[in-house]
Write a protein that binds this ligand. Structure first.
Ligand code: HEC
Length: 144
């Protein structure tokens, strides 16, 4: 009996550790998404005419998006499916598609980085990048 209790206590501790790890990854995932949000904000305002076009800021945002997309690929482990997360279960069930979307976002940001030279090219290229955000949210993020 004592042994069973000890084993159960050990299991409970193990489970707590796993949960703590989940919370950490979920938090990192949210931080990565916030970095996406931060990077998209300035160019978003520029695209609406609410801020003047500034090429260096746009290029910096596109670099952040590329780096963050690579990082985000490691932030959807199966043990981060439950907890304080807005990720839908589908995100983990169709992980190959989810990861492909992050590759596609990085590729779109890279291609935009090369193609944007002025305000006109910015206005043509920027929507190709941000449409990828909404596409993934629609499939894999809880609606607000
Ligand atoms: C591969 C799919 C995918 C792509 C691409 C993606 N997101 Fe997300 N995003 C998610 C998921 C899933 C969540 C929910 C994360 C959670 O709560 O664990 C989320 C959450 C967020 C959040 C809320 C973060 C918080 O504070 O909880 C913001 C902001 C965000 N995304 C912005 C963006 C922007 C901007 C882009 C494009 C540059 C983008 N995302 C691209 C899937 C994606």
């Amino acid at each position: 009996m004592l042994r069973v209790v000890a084993a159960m206590a050990a299991l409970a501790i193990g489970a707590t550790v796993v949960l703590a790890q989940n919370a950490a990854v979920i938090e990192q995932r949210k931080q990565a998404m916030k970095a996406f949000g931060g990077a998209a904000k300035g160019p978003g305002a520029m695209s609406k005419g609410d801020a003047p076009f500034e090429l260096p800021k746009v290029q910096a945002s596109l670099k952040t998006i590329q780096e963050t997309a690579v990082k985000a690929k490691g932030l959807f482990p199966d043990d981060s499916k439950v907890g304080e997360t807005d990720a839908l279960p589908a995100a983990f069930e169709k992980k190959a598609d989810l990861l492909a979307r992050l590759d596609s976002l990085a590729a779109a940001a890279k291609s935009a980085e090369g193609a944007i030279k002025d305000e006109a090219t910015f206005k043509a290229e920027w929507p190709k990048v941000v449409s990828q955000c909404g596409g993934c949210h629609k499939e894999y993020r809880k609606p607000k």
